[in-house]
Design a protein. Structure first.
Length: 139
């Protein structure tokens, strides 16, 4: 199984500023798409956690470093990895790559698992196990 998941996005006009360069906040949206797809490819969805387990993965930190610009109509690869996984937290790392493989941006997000009232809780075992094979830092 791959240690990362790649998704492809095409930069829409609405995602750019007046100069045709991708507006910075869109990278965080693409990070979310990447981690949602990574989780889906591990055999479950956020919806499963929320509806069946009463479990939510809350963002506690987000960062993004911009190395080169992306522009309107560019085709980009969003590469997502599980960087660190523990019983109540998970960190993801991201790379945004151009069609020719240039690194345009890198980032990370940290998350805590909570119950419906926002209190930290453990990942249910089957979800923890599904993500643990991808984690660089282990459980």
């Amino acid at each position: 199984m791959d240690e990362y998941v790649d998704i492809t996005v095409r930069v829409r006009y609405a995602e750019t500023d007046q100069m045709g360069i991708v507006y910075h906040a869109n990278y965080l949206v693409w990070f979310e798409i990447g981690r949602t797809e990574l989780i889906r490819q591990r055999g479950f969805a956020y919806k499963d956690l929320e509806e069946h387990e009463g479990c939510f993965i809350v963002v506690t930190r987000a960062s993004c470093a911009f190395h080169q610009v992306a522009r309107y109509d560019d085709v980009l690869t969003i590469r997502t990895r599980v960087k660190r996984l523990q019983s109540r937290t998970v960190d993801f790392s991201y790379e945004v790559l151009s069609e020719d493989g240039r690194r345009l941006a890198t980032g990370e997000t940290s998350h805590v698992v909570t119950d419906r009232s926002g209190r930290p809780r453990r990942f249910p075992d089957r979800y923890l196990q599904a993500l643990s094979t991808l984690a660089e830092g282990g459980k």
